[in-house]
Write a protein that binds this ligand. Structure first.
Ligand SMILES: Cc1cc2nc3c(=O)[nH]c(=O)nc-3n(C[C@H](O)[C@H](O)[C@H](O)COP(=O)(O)OP(=O)(O)OC[C@H]3O[C@@H](n4cnc5c(N)ncnc54)[C@H](O)[C@@H]3O)c2cc1C
Length: 381
């Protein structure tokens, strides 16, 4: 009999999993609490390992057609002096090393991929209650009052996962740092990802397509303050005040009405098992990380591709799920640790001596460390 899976959350991971499972002939429903495919955030970089997963799902060409590919990341000081041009090793097996894309374009591609394979997406819907059934399945009562039996419920409900909280009581951990982002008209010099090391902060630029790029700024935010949206412009431009060169020029283009997104950088890494009484936690719900290796959504997309591959096979879930999780945990941990290490070393620069040490590391040590992580991510997912 066909497996029946319910996915909670129609974000990047949930929609990718809806497509992956549907392609394997699994009867899949995605419930998304928002009333439509509304996408928060600016753009996203999809690194080569996740592009390989999208290739497995037959979505690579469409993603590349909407995005901006690049294989080099440039590191500068706060006056835009180049410190290191780092070539990524993630471009293997016919995929580029990176493809940056607007989040809403990626969401539309994933949504269409679900529809094409018969996965149903129910917007404005969530799960009210769940209980395990004697045959090892789950009965879920949805917020529209309908009740159905599923073989498994998969929660891809994001970093603030209420299903993780309900099942395990785990909340994300604030790292002490936050990121500010704003989309701007692409500057002609921005043809790859560029970072700018400031004193105690870091700015960056990502091209999203030929017209649009986004500027990011990572800053210490002790105590995790709640900034008022109306003051985002003032806070961001003030925090960028130490930069000259390209970032200084772009800072002056940010307008008071610009759509600025502010996000505390938080982490979650659930120990195994990620599977509790018919509920499997994946994506940011299981392994949220700092954005520094652009691997959060990448790991959610890998989760989705591997889930489709494993649950598309014959066999009992109690045997398949541990295999699935043992493949996923080490990769999520590599990506999370690498991201945190970059965040902490870039932020440990609040005085001249520490900034000089970091500048020296960027020039002489960063490439080797970065390539080690690339090599690990190039292994099969
Ligand atoms: C500043 C920043 C930059 C980033 N840049 C990158 C990058 O360049 N590359 C990269 O790979 N990653 C990046 N990430 C990480 C990436 O955004 C996340 O890892 C990714 O979105 C996680 O996907 P997900 O599907 O697990 O969760 P989400 O994409 O957060 O989706 C969760 C979905 O679940 C829905 N939901 C929540 N609760 C319920 C409920 N009770 N019932 C039903 N639905 C529910 C939500 O509405 C949402 O649609 C970045 C993150 C940040 C903060």
């Amino acid at each position: 009999m066909k497996r029946r899976i319910l996915i909670i959350g129609g974000g990047i991971g949930g929609l990718a999993a809806g497509a992956a499972l549907g392609q394997q002939g699994v009867d899949t429903t995605v419930v998304e609490i928002q009333s439509e495919n509304l996408v928060a955030g600016v753009g996203i970089n999809i690194p080569g390992n996740a592009l390989r997963a999208l290739k497995q799902l037959g979505l690579l060409d469409e993603v590349l057609g909407h995005g901006f590919t690049f294989d080099r990341v440039d590191f500068h000081d706060s006056s835009s002096r180049l410190l290191l041009a780092l070539r990524s090793k993630l471009g293997i097996e016919g995929v580029p090393a990176n493809c940056a894309i607007q989040r809403r374009d990626l969401a539309r591609i994933l949504e269409k991929a679900c529809v094409d394979v018969g996965t149903s997406i129910r917007y404005g819907t969530s799960v009210d209650t769940m209980r395990t059934t004697p045959d090892g399945g789950v009965e879920a009562v949805l917020t529209d009052g309908s009740a159905e039996r599923y073989d498994l419920v998969v929660a891809f409900d994001g970093i603030r996962s209420s299903f993780r909280r309900r099942a395990l009581g785990v909340e994300p951990r604030f790292t002490g740092y936050s990121v500010w982002r704003v989309a701007l008209e692409r500057h002609p010099d921005v043809t790859r990802n560029m970072y700018f090391q400031g004193m105690g902060t870091k700015a960056g630029l990502f091209p999203l397509n030929t017209d649009v790029m986004y500027l990011l700024h990572v800053t210490p935010e002790p105590g995790n303050p709640r900034h008022e949206r109306a003051l985002f412009h003032d806070h961001l431009t003030e925090r960028l005040s130490g930069y000259t060169g390209l970032i200084g020029e772009l800072r002056d283009r940010i307008r008071p009405g610009s759509d600025i997104v502010y996000a505390p950088i938080e982490e979650v890494l659930l120990p195994l098992p990620w599977h509790h009484e018919g509920l499997l936690l994946l994506g940011d719900a299981a392994h949220a990380m700092a954005p520094h290796r652009t691997q959060g959504a990448a790991m959610a997309i890998e989760d989705a591709a591997v889930l489709g591959e494993v649950l598309g096979r014959e066999g009992e879930l109690p045997a398949l799920l541990p295999e699935f999780q043992e493949r996923r945990f080490p990769r999520a941990k590599i990506a999370q640790d690498a991201s945190r290490n970059i965040l902490l070393s870039e932020m440990d620069t609040a005085d001249r001596a520490r900034l000089d040490r970091q500048t020296d590391f960027i020039r002489n040590g960063l490439e080797a460390v970065s390539h080690q992580v690339d090599d690990a991510l190039n292994l099969p997912f």
